[in-house]
Each structure stands twice: as C-alpha cells, then as structure tokens.
Design a protein around this ligand. Structure first.
Ligand code: PRX
Length: 634
C-alpha cells in the first residue's frame, strides 16, 4: 500500500496508469482505447471509446453475487406517529423495479439522450426512476423537492424533459407537502412542457390527473410488471445526468456528468475515502435532490455492492435519537451527514448519542458547508467515532479534499477538510494574476486541468458557459476555479474560507443570492433589493434581504412593515421554495452602491455580521449604509 503522498503524486504524474487501474472497478462492455483525451482543454474525456452503463454497474452486476442482499432500505419517519416505517429491496428486487420503470419510460418514447425530470420526495420510486433513466441512456435531472414552481419551470425549460416523474406529495414533520399544484404551475409557466407526467400516488394529497398528460405510476407499473429492458451501452463520455446548481447569475447551471468517469471515481471513493466495503451498509442522510444524494445515497453505494439507506424524515422525529436508532438496527459502517444536521442535534439531549449500540459505525463524514470545531468535537466525543470533514461541490461530484483513510489514516486537523483526493491537482491561486500562492496565504482554491474522472464535463447545452464560468476566473491559467477562498498549510492541508462569489450556503443548501433577488423583485411593490448571506449559528448562513419599496409611505408603521416582510417571504416561498426564503427582509429607501451602480454586497454583509464595511471610497450615497446599519440594529 503506497503512502498518501505517493498515491496522490502518482495520480497527478501518471494519470493514465493510475486511472487505468481504478477503471478495473467497474464493468466495461467494450474496453476503452485511451484513458484520457485532453486534446481540447478544458474538456476532458475519460476512458475514451469504452462503453458501460451506470445502472448495469449499480444493479445488474451484483445479481449473481448479491441478489438476496438488501440494496436499498427505505426508512420513513414521515408517518402519522413518527415511528419509522421500513421497506427493503434486495438487489434482485431492485433489478425488477428498475426494469419495470425502464419499461414505463421506454413505453412513453424516452430513449438515449432524452431527459427525464424527477421531482420527488425521498421515496424508493425516485431511485428506481434514476436508475431506469441510466439503464436506457436517458439523462435524469433530479430537482430538489423543496424547490417551488419558478425554480422548477426554469429547470424544465433548460433541460426540456420528455417526461417528468413526480408524486402527489412529500411530507415534512408528519405534514403532507403537496407537489402537484406546484408542478402544474411550473408546467404552465414553462415554454417547453413535457409530453407526459408519471405520478406516484402515495395517498397523501389530492392528485387530479390532467387528461392526456398525467399517468398513474401504479397502473403503469402493473402493465410493465414483467418487462426486461436491455441496458443501453453508453460511450464513457456520454452524459448520465444533469443536476442544476446556483452560481453568480440568476440562471442555475446544469452540471453535466459523464458515465464512465463518474462510475470509476465513485467506486474508487467508496474505498479510498468512505471506507465502505462491498456488502456493508452506508447511511447518508442527504436528499436525492442534491449532489450528495446522487453520489452517496444512490450511485456510490450501489456501484460498490453496498446496502444503502434512503431516509425520509427529519433528524428529530420521533425524537433526536432516530438516526442512532437506525444505526443500531441497520448497522451501517459509514455515515454521511451535514454540519447543520449535527448542530440541530446538538440542541437536544446528548444522552441520545449513547442510548444506542453504535458499534458497527466506524466513521462519520460531514460535508456541504464549513464544519466548526465545537460541532465536530461535540459529535466526535458524543458518538466516540472519528469525524471526517470533506470538501467538494456539485460540479465535482465527489470529494476534492478529505482524509483518505482508505489509503492512509492521516491525522485530521480541526478546521481543515484535509488533503486533495486522487487526481485533484489543487492549488491556491492569486485572484489578481493567477500566480500560485505559497503556504499559509489566502487565495482562490483552484484545480489545474484536467479535472479528474467524475467531475462535470460541461454545462448542459452551453460549453461556452462552462469555459467562461469556471476556467477564466483564474487569470492566465487553464485552471478550474472553485470560487472558494482557501489556504494551504506547510503540511499540505487545506482550509476553506468561504465563497468568492455570491453563492450562499444555508443549512448546507447552496443558493444563489441573484435568484432570490430576482424572485423578490417580481413582487409588484418592490423596486429594488439586495440579498446577502449572513453568518448564523445553526444554519451556517441565512439569507437577509434589504428591499426598497415602490410606495414607501405604505410601510411607514411597524405593523405594515411586518405584513410586508411576510408578503415578500411568501413570494419567495411560492416561487423558489421555503428553502430560499430570507430569514429577514429589512426595508430601506436606498441601497448602497458604487458610483457605477454596483451593489456593495460585501459591505452590507459585513455590517450584518458586525464587521467593518471595508473600503467605501467608491460609494455613491453614504447614508445608504447608515440605513443598513440602523435596520440591522433594530
Ligand atoms: O463553498 C463550499 C461549500 O459548499 C460549496 C459547494 O456546495 P454544493 O455544490 O452544494 O456541493 C456540496 C457537496 C458536499 C463549496 O464551494 N462546502 C462544501 N463542503 C465544504 C464546504 N465548505 C467548507 N467545508 C466543507 N467541507
């Protein structure tokens, strides 16, 4: 076993040899001719000429050896009492369900390269749908169930799905959250509506069907009960899915993933980083609507022959011990969650951490947002297991930085997610001239091209945007910008210091402030608005809005102000979803801008966090900042 240093150095100096070996982890229907084609940077093509299929590798390949092993264990505490209800699918049963769903989609005319949008709660049918798409070579685009009609419509219009898969409702803390109204509204708003909508009826909410368009999944499933659908053999670089994520503009980017590179990278990460062996159980508490759910609820564990737990519910119902009770019962060896979830648990009795038998668990992984030391220590001591911070992005699909304990159990350093994973040539760059920055100095975290297998291959339908957004931010280099500030210490550990752009991170959910601003601006009474991310002890950050109303006289009294604040929040709820709702909306008569009209977001944010607003020499109207200061102080 090489040391981490040798392992990582080889992945950079000999990518051909390194990834050729890693590629043996998956089944290739036709062997690849070349490991990497980087003749057209920054577009990297991994395992050129090889054909494979994600669903084959995740499901079919395990039939002979693990047919009777549980593949997917669905646990829902979204029951009337909060007591968990469970349903388990063996690899053999998963195979059947995926074939049925693939038969349904084929029957609706979905084929290779077509898109299917999945707008679903955390139910097994969502996973069947994803794998069914992969099986027939269609691209899934899963949209987080917490998003509302405008977010959904934007994604429909960009992906132009032939079919949407959805359900009557999700559920939150035992209360149904109906989906159908939002979905119908989104389809009404969309310019490119889908031909068909497949609806899973959970019996939670009204489910009126639109004639000629909406179809009941239960009925279709019965018709396709015995379908066997052949896997579509995809060239390694062919896209497997699109997942939208926020950036600086109001328009979310469709992160496009390949097929072969993703399969290889995830399979490798399961051993090298997540230390979960085939046959073991993996428990990831994320949502399939986010990248963590794609990679480590669905594909990573299944590609690796693990049992994956799909959990629907909050960490607190029926009580704050539910996740540990699940660990006792299902005996996962690795668990993956977010710092916010742990901070939520931290508000409850620590006795929950010791009430259950956690002996199966070896490691707890946390990602998605900065992990603060008190939270890390509280949980590490409480459950008596090492906590592994890991840093990555929707774009990369798997960790950029972690402690790769499957390679070498390097010591952790608090505040640092660790060291670069295989194939990531991570550097700290100057944002001014693109030069490399030495140890212990702050710069932009970048990755020298090519990105390793598994990372995004382009922006869906917009190669130019891929290049412009990610590859020109670091001047003079063919380097990918993460848009995070960071530092590397003398031992080669990295520390992440927050975003360089206007992306905010609320409870581990990535949101664009521009999207929230656009939503608020659509309110008929709002003239102008600025949204910033403000530090929050529970959620990491929350969105705070400063709005200028059209008719200032109307909100003179505090009561009216409150009503208006609620009104603005409702607008965001109904358009983007409660996940994007600002924690506060302050009303001001003018916003701080430069003389050229650029919003001084950093200064607003600094004032909200009680920091110095910085260089104000370019400000147009200094009283604007005073208003912000006064609003925050109230
Ligand atoms: O700012 C970084 C932060 O989350 C961003 C990526 O979010 P998303 O695309 O939703 O992907 C999450 C995948 C885990 C990053 O640009 N971030 C993510 N993990 C960490 C982090 N910040 C600090 N520490 C982390 N471990």
């Amino acid at each position: 076993m090489p040391s981490y240093k040798e392992f990582h150095a080889r992945s950079i100096s000999d990518p051909d040899g390194f990834w050729r070996e890693q590629a043996q982890r998956i089944h290739w229907q036709r062997p690849f001719e070349r490991v990497l084609d980087y003749s057209r940077p920054p577009f990297a093509r991994w395992f050129v000429g090889g054909t494979t299929n994600l669903a084959y590798n995740a499901v079919d390949r395990h039939q002979a050896t693990r047919g009777e092993q549980a593949a997917l264990v669905y646990i829902s505490t979204e029951t009337p009492s909060g007591e968990p209800a469970e349903k388990s699918y063996t690899y053999a049963q998963l195979y059947r369900e995926v074939n049925r769903f693939a038969g349904i989609l084929k029957g609706l005319g979905v084929g290779r390269g077509d898109r299917v949008l999945i707008y679903m709660p955390m139910v097994p049918e969502a996973v069947f749908a994803m794998l069914a798409c992969a099986r027939i070579g269609a691209l899934h685009s899963v949209v987080f169930g917490g998003f509302a009609s405008v977010s959904l419509a934007t994604r429909i219009d960009d992906a132009k799905p032939k079919v949407i898969v959805s359900a009557d409702a999700g559920s939150r803390a035992g209360k149904a959250v109906p989906y159908k109204g939002l979905l119908d509204e989104a389809i009404r708003l969309a310019q490119f509506p889908p031909a068909k909508v497949v609806l899973v009826n959970r019996g939670l909410a009204e489910l009126p069907l639109v004639a000629g368009r909406d179809l009941d999944y239960g009925r279709l499933r019965a018709e396709h009960m015995n379908d066997e659908v052949a896997c579509e053999w995809m060239e390694s670089s062919e896209p497997s899915y699109i997942l939208y994520t926020s950036g600086t503009t109001g328009k979310p980017k469709g992160v496009q993933r390949d097929t072969g590179g993703y399969a290889v990278a995830l399979a490798a990460s399961m051993e090298q980083i997540f230390c979960c062996a085939p046959g073991e159980t993996y428990f990831c508490t994320s949502d399939i609507g986010w990248v963590v759910g794609h990679s480590y609820i669905v594909y990573g564990p299944l590609l690796n022959g693990c049992t994956t737990i799909l959990y629907e519910g909050t960490p607190l119902r029926p009580d704050a011990g539910i996740w540990w009770r699940i660990v006792e019962q299902h005996r996962p060896t690795s668990m993956f969650s977010s710092p916010t979830a742990i901070r939520v648990l931290k508000k409850h009795d620590p006795a929950f951490l010791t009430r259950y038998d956690l002996s199966s668990l070896r490691l707890l992984f946390l990602a998605g947002e900065p992990l603060d030391e008190p939270t890390a220590q509280w949980i590490a001591q409480g459950i008596g297991k090492p906590v592994i911070d890991n840093y990555w992005q929707t774009e990369t699909g798997w960790p950029i930085l972690a402690i790769p304990r499957g390679v070498q159990a390097l010591p952790s350093k608090f505040g640092s997610p660790g060291v670069p994973s295989a194939g990531y040539n991570v550097k700290i760059f100057s944002e001014h001239d693109g030069s490399e920055i030495g140890a212990d100095q702050k710069g932009v975290v970048g990755i020298e091209g090519p990105l390793p297998p598994g990372c995004m291959s382009t922006v869906w339908g917009d190669d130019e945007r891929f290049v412009r957004t990610y590859w020109t931010a670091i001047p003079g280099r063919m380097a990918y910008s993460t848009f995070d500030w960071g530092i590397r210490d003398a031992d080669g550990y990295y520390f992440i210091l927050g975003r360089t752009d206007d992306v905010i991170n609320v409870a581990g959910h990535r949101l664009g402030t521009r999207e929230i601003e656009e939503s608020i601006s659509s309110h008929p009474n709002i003239a102008e608005v600025a949204v910033v991310g403000v530090a929050d002890s529970l959620k990491g950050q929350v969105a705070v809005a400063f709005a200028v109303v059209k008719d200032a006289g109307r909100i003179a009294t505090p009561e009216l102000k409150l009503a208006h604040e609620g009104d603005v929040m409702k607008t965001v709820d109904s358009q983007l979803g409660a996940v994007a709702r600002p924690a506060r909306v302050h009303f001001v008569t003018t916003l701080p801008k430069t003389r050229s009209g650029k919003l001084l977001r950093r200064s607003i944010q600094a004032l909200c966090e009680g920091r110095d607003p910085g260089d104000l020499t370019t400000i147009e109207d200094p009283t604007a900042l005073e208003q912000i200061r006064a609003a925050v102080a109230r």
